[in-house]
Design a protein around this ligand. Sequence first.
Ligand code: NAD
Ligand code: MG
Length: 393
Amino acid sequence: MTARRRQVSVLGSTGSIGVSTLDVIARHPDAYAVYGLAANTSVDSLYQQCLAHRPEVAVMMDADAAERLQALLGPDSGTRVLQGEEGLREIVTAEAVDAVMAAIVGAAGLPSTLAAAQAGKTILLANKESLVMGGHLLMQAVRESGATLLPIDSEHNAIFQCMPADRQGRPGLDGVSKVLLTASGGPFREWSYERMRDATPEQACAHPNWSMGRKISVDSASLMNKGLEFIEACWLFDLTPERVEVVVHPQSIIHSMVQYTDGSTLAQLGNPDMRTPIAYGLGWPQRIAAGVAPLDLVAISRLDFEAPDEARFPCLRLARESVATGGTAMAVCNAANEVAVAAFLDGKLGFTAIPQLIENVLERVKVVEPSSLEVVETADSEARLLAAEMLAS
Ligand code: NAD
Ligand code: MG
């Protein structure tokens, strides 16, 4: 008897992580089938993905885009086209779905990630913003439903791989003293503050090691990506902030490390290719081929490390302060950052003004307990509104 194929829904399938996920799935046609695909507005890309992967359901967030996709597919494609949040809910909660790749960018990914957690699915979490914003709610939903949360962010995936397993085979903290979160330092690692003031979106998006979507590329340049990942690590592994240390490692070969009380430090190494953590998430607890070339350590020849410079990169400090404040502060920090990054990409805000805007927003908002999705979403919209007002003034 052949085993049933695992049914996977890919949210944000037309993005950088989505495309890499479908690449790994296509390498294992006997093991995985695509149940649902979802994208924002890129009709042509989603149409091509429907032809290649024959999903049961395809979701476009925009009504007009959904209509155009339906017209392209015609009535007999075998794929149902749905629209908006309702469509997302369908492809994450459907009985047949085993695993959900959460790879929408930004706060927009929170409701669907939370729905997958409440439905007890296996969640492959790339959308770090949902954890930063609603960590309390998401982790609680995972605990209550028995969902499996597998980190796809390369650093957290590395930490997951280096953590000791508890009796359920889940990562535990037995004997762990610290987590070392590595950072590439981004394209501006060696730039002076003055030079960064005039940085353009193209320069910020030219990451030395990784090819990624534009929002996370800007976050990597400002080190807010590391700030968000710092918060993500605290939630995922139940760590206090003192137990997470950021280390700059420009080659991006070590993806993060776990330090133990006996003096051991375990690291996960690999070429910087997101298909490795994606394959780890898809196959877990087994290992499956990812199409990634093995490491050639002799060719790499050296690995460097340095401390992060928080004076030039204040985003890291802002993220740490948000964890210390707690409550909705992390959601506010994330929302203000999303507004600032969009304005920077739009040519309306200077690069070094990104942390200034976030700090101004954090100083002005009232932080509350993140008791429900509604409370978190309200904090998110208030922060966006305030950031937009500050931008306009
Ligand atoms: P991307 O911009 O390349 O793709 C984003 C995807 O989300 C697209 O498919 C887009 O259609 C969809 N989308 C955008 N807005 C949406 C909305 N409002 N509703 C529904 N779908 C929407 O982004 P990416 O680089 O693939 O990153 C995706 C997520 O993964 C981000 O949270 C990012 O931080 C995280 N991540 C990415 C990488 C990477 O290497 N790219 C690494 C680690 C973590
Ligand atoms: Mg990362």
